[in-house]
Design a protein around this ligand. Sequence first.
Ligand SMILES: *[C@@H]1O[C@H](CO)[C@@H](O)[C@H](O)[C@H]1NC(C)=O
Ligand SMILES: [Zn+2]
Length: 250
Amino acid sequence: MIGLIFCVLCVSGAAWTYTGPKGVQHWSKSYPFCGGVFQSPIDLQTPLLQYDPSLVPIEVHNYDLLAHEQLTLGNSGHAVKLYLPSKMYILGLPNRYSAVELHVHWGSPNTPAGSEHTIDGKRFAAELHVVHFNSKKYSNVSVAADKSDGLAVLAVLIEVSGGGACGEEAGPHCLGILLKLLMQKYYQKVQVPAFNIRHLLPLRLDQYYRYDGSLTTPPCYPSVLWTVFRNPITISHTQYILCKLTQLAL
Ligand SMILES: *[C@@H]1O[C@H](CO)[C@@H](O)[C@H](O)[C@H]1NC(C)=O
Ligand SMILES: [Zn+2]
């Protein structure tokens, strides 16, 4: 199985990579916004945090998708993205933001943990991003992507619990969906049954860190209002390994 996964060709010739001559340290040469003052991700240092009584709980709407609603799973060359219907939206932010896609950062072969945000220097196993655009002001995500109030991302830190079999309830779709993707030819989009996206978020949507930041990858536009939930979600060790291997094969 592992042999099969690593045999799959790496996507090369992409305009940027995480390591090597087009790696993170070189992004700003081709993408001037990268490395700017709003650059995400950040280390959330709890002694520096300030309580803001004006922040209200995040409200998610129409996240409870049903299996007969098909979703498109695509490979951007850097990540597997699950495209979401714009009827899904969130409130509790300065604008109404509609969903675009979700993806997970699993880290690289050399990194034991792949979360982008860290809390007091602690990196988590992985990190889920649910990307939304300001649908009150902009007609679609392409128009919103470089606007200062264009995007809002919900970030969920992911922890791995000991043991666990395939197909457990926490994040059950990750495994099946990603394995299905592996079976497809690269760049071919596949349809997968929808599920309740709310199950990928922690129970408490009223405890989070909020800051103004950017896209974490090129072109790094400083356009993202970040909500990083305080409580991580947990997936099984098996799911984590398989998902990470699948992602790394891309
Ligand atoms: C986004 O909206 C703009 C302006 O309304 C339009 O020109 C463009 O084609 C749209 N892009 C997509 C991908 O729908
Ligand atoms: Zn991301």
